[in-house]
Design a protein around this ligand. Structure first.
Ligand SMILES: Nc1ncnc2c1ncn2[C@@H]1O[C@H](COP(=O)(O)O)[C@@H](OP(=O)(O)O)[C@H]1O
Ligand SMILES: [Mg+2]
Ligand SMILES: [Mg+2]
Ligand SMILES: [Mg+2]
Length: 330
């Protein structure tokens, strides 16, 4: 006899409940992102300091951050440590209390260690809108590639990314999809491709630097990159690695922990790897500095991660040190 949704919730551990709620909340955030786009006034601001490269934020980033944090804290009695890209400023009335029964169905496969996780053991990393440069492309006179926009909710335990929700509000035009992964448990919402006719390497479309270019050139020389695709968003680039690309390479410190936590967990759950550019694991402790100072290197399932790490030139690696863990608030 099959269980009702409420019965599935009642028998589930905290982690499965958190991921199931995050999946549905990411979809509510996706609705809000689409509503802002339909409204047409993105209220774009530039977050970067004077003299620094442009770093845009829109009303959709702010409103999506708000609904994600408020809904998660309401559902879990304000017990969560949440670190988000944006401040919780743009008020939205809606609270999402739903959850995904597809995710709750993963409970039976959850490792015993994960079943024992409590709210105080996790850090939730939220990027309410990843790929803002695409979302706001019209403000710079360009048509946006909206399928590159994602909502990212990542869960870290013992400093490692263990579960991730990647929601694509415009997966197929206006149709959305939600992809979820829990490490050592499973992936839902996407068919993972792990055989490759050519080596496609994805990298940034909007934040290139000399080091980013140098790393890509080195991979081309080592026959590890037959074709380069420049696309936006860390979430979208990792989805690419699950659907035919071989690697995601970003030799820059601009990407943050909320960009990589959910994608990393999803990729690892599918059998892939995500580290910094030197092959070091990325730490998601609550007191870690937010920038991924060591860069990002992700490889698809079945790809030899070390071969990519080894091909990155030493001077590029030296320029991208491991992220320090700090004790003071940043
Ligand atoms: N130099 C930089 N300054 C600010 N953000 C950067 C950056 N380089 C990368 N990022 C962030 O990393 C994510 C992926 O970047 P890219 O699309 O260039 O690969 C984006 O997240 P957001 O869109 O959530 O801000 C982007 O803002
Ligand atoms: Mg941003
Ligand atoms: Mg981002
Ligand atoms: Mg963002």
């Amino acid at each position: 006899m099959s269980l009702t949704a409420d019965e599935m919730w009642a028998r589930s551990s905290f982690l499965t409940r958190l991921v199931a709620s995050s999946a549905t909340i990411s979809e509510a955030a996706g609705d809000i992102i689409k509503a802002v786009m339909t409204d047409g006034d993105l209220k774009v601001i530039n977050k970067s300091a004077v003299g620094q490269p442009i770093d845009v934020q829109t009303e959709a980033d702010r409103a999506a951050q708000y609904i994600i944090e408020k809904s998660l804290q309401l559902k879990f009695d304000n017990k969560l440590t949440i670190i988000g890209e944006e401040e919780v400023t743009s008020e939205v009335e809606r609270r999402e209390s739903g959850f995904s029964t597809d995710v709750l169905a993963l409970e039976d496969r959850l490792p015993a260690e994960f079943k024992a996780i409590k709210p105080e053991d996790v850090v939730v990393w939220v990027d309410p809108l990843d790929g803002t440069s695409e979302f706001a492309a019209k403000s710079r006179g360009r048509e946006p590639k909206l399928n590159q926009v994602t909502v990212l909710i990542g869960i870290a335990y013992k400093n490692r990314a263990i579960a991730g929700v990647v929601h694509q509000p415009y997966y197929n035009g206006t149709e959305s999809r939600t992809v979820v992964g829990i490490v050592n448990t499973g992936v839902i919402g996407l068919n993972v491709i792990s055989q490759f006719d050519e080596k496609v390497v994805v990298t940034t479309a909007s934040h290139s630097t000399d080091a980013v270019k140098k790393a890509i050139e080195a991979l081309e020389k080592a026959n590890l990159a037959d074709r380069i695709e420049k696309v936006s968003g860390a979430g979208f680039k990792v989805l690419k690695c699950l659907e035919g690309a071989t690697a995601y390479v970003f030799a820059s410190h601009g990407c943050k922990k909320w960009d990589t936590c959910a994608p990393e967990a999803l990729l690892v759950a599918a059998g892939g790897t995500l580290t910094d550019i030197s092959g070091r694991p990325i730490t998601y402790a609550a007191n870690v500095q937010h920038p991924n100072t060591g860069g990002v290197l992700a490889t698809a399932p079945t790809v030899n991660h070390d071969s990519y790490v080894n091909a990155i030139p030493d001077d590029v690696k030296a320029f991208l040190p491991e992220t320090p863990v700090v004790t003071s608030k940043q």
